[in-house]
Design a protein around this ligand. Structure first.
Ligand SMILES: *Cc1c(COP(=O)(O)O)cnc(C)c1O
Length: 411
């Protein structure tokens, strides 16, 4: 088999997906039709949450979550630096302030002890919320974060963009699926093509809180309320002469707050419904691929750390930490393996540096960034392709003699 051009992630569109989109295109609604509700209901059922709200992308999902939690200029929110920039930008959209805590170098997740340190150093009430990320697909232990958050009256937005279907095991031995609404106020997902479920663009917010759910529905669509909503103010002039609430004219609506147009189209939702049907197949395949990487690298002395085999991991990414990462990355590209680096720490982005962040502020995040590389990980990756990736990495460290100064961390 001739192997060429292996990306780190790739979507998978089947004939069934295409037929689903065609059906939506031929229907009466290109947007705000039945597929949106179907996608929301099926997604909530898949994740195990009470409510799900489909939005135009994962960033919009984060923004609406921050708005619904009433983030205001000056509000301080704790975030992780090892994630996509959108995880913290949502607070900035509302004028809030991001305070970064460090990561746990073993799991790459926001370190709860680092968060606790920040909280203990300031008077209660200083911080409003925390945004933990299921980085790479590894589920954050939200039971622990909830306990800490409750001590300080903080909200939690879980950025679960990497982890639909992922879970952690709680203190009672129960599986707690990412986004199931048991611990976080909101959990957000993305349906960008590199994520587990592809809509082109798309996002979802899950919650178990009915009031917050209704708030999201209004904010998603211009802050407009209609129908038999108890929130209606029933302004006499605007009802156009109708007096009786049960008889409001069909056009009657109120814009009660400043909202956005963050709706997902029916075309995208139809694709989402179809993709969601195969989500578990894709997830199982990701776990198989992870197991093979883990077995291949576990005894290698050039490996500092790796994603590993972890119960409930959703494996959006499979990350290895190595020395001479730059040259390995170049070597892999030369061999048409397009590994990626996730992520440049957010606090070192020029935008966040402008708030005073600098190198040395978050040592574990920065050390991780020096060594991390994400290997090809997607359900349609072929066994031969994965073996080629593993052999190419082996070849690099054998030939280039780059393994002599590796220092192992942890296990
Ligand atoms: C992809 C992603 C987002 C943003 O999602 P978009 O749909 O691209 O807006 C946010 N957070 C994380 C961790 C992501 O990976």
């Amino acid at each position: 088999m001739k192997i060429h051009n292996i990306p780190y992630g790739r979507h998978n569109i089947t004939e069934e997906d295409i037929q689903a989109v065609i059906k939506a295109l031929k229907s009466d609604n290109l947007t705000q039709g039945p597929y949106i509700t179907e996608f929301e209901n099926n997604f909530a059922a898949y994740i195990g949450s009470k409510y799900a709200v489909a939005v135009s992308n994962g960033t919009a999902a984060l923004h609406l979550s921050a708005l619904a939690l009433n983030v205001k200029p000056g509000d301080k929110v704790i975030a992780t630096p090892i994630t996509f920039v959108a995880s913290s930008n949502c607070v900035r959209f509302c004028g809030g302030e991001i305070v970064f805590a460090d990561i746990d170098p073993e799991t790459y997740l926001l370190d709860i002890n680092s968060v606790r340190d920040l909280l203990e150093k300031s008077p209660k009430g200083t911080y409003k919320g925390i945004i933990p990320v299921d980085m790479g697909g590894r589920a954050v232990n939200l039971e622990e974060f909830r306990k800490l958050a409750d001590e300080y009256s903080l909200w939690i937005i879980e950025d679960a963009c990497h982890a639909p279907g992922g879970y952690f095991v709680d203190s009672k031995g129960e599986k707690q699926f990412c986004g199931n609404g048991n611990f976080a106020d909101f959990s957000v997902f993305s349906f960008h093509p590199v994520k587990h479920i592809a809509c082109g663009e798309g996002g979802m917010i899950t919650t178990n809180d009915e009031k917050l759910y209704k708030e999201l529905l209004r904010l998603r669509s211009h802050g407009i309320t209609k129908g038999n909503d108890p929130y209606l103010n029933s302004i006499k002039f605007a009802t156009g002469g109708y007096e009786d609430e049960s008889e409001y004219p069909v056009w009657y609506m109120e814009m009660q707050q400043l909202g956005y147009n963050y709706r997902l189209t029916d075309i995208q939702s139809a694709l989402g419904v179809s993709q969601l049907k195969r989500a578990n197949i894709g997830l199982n395949r990701r776990r198989e691929i992870a197991f093979i990487y883990y077995e291949a690298f576990k005894d290698r002395d050039y490996i500092i750390n790796q994603s590993g085999v972890v119960e409930g991991h959703a494996y959006h990414l499979y990350i290895i930490e190595v020395n001479d990462r730059l040259n390995l990355h170049k070597y892999l590209r030369k061999h048409q393996i397009y590994a990626q680096i996730h992520y440049i720490p957010t606090h070192l982005m020029p935008y966040y540096r402008s708030f005073g962040y600098k190198e040395g502020d978050l040592p574990y995040a920065e050390e991780y960034y020096r060594h991390c590389i994400s290997l090809p990980m997607f359900p349609t990756l072929k066994d031969e392709e994965q073996q080629y990736v593993i052999k190419t990495i082996e070849g690099f460290y054998k030939n280039e003699k780059n393994s002599h100064h590796t220092c192992k961390r942890g296990k």
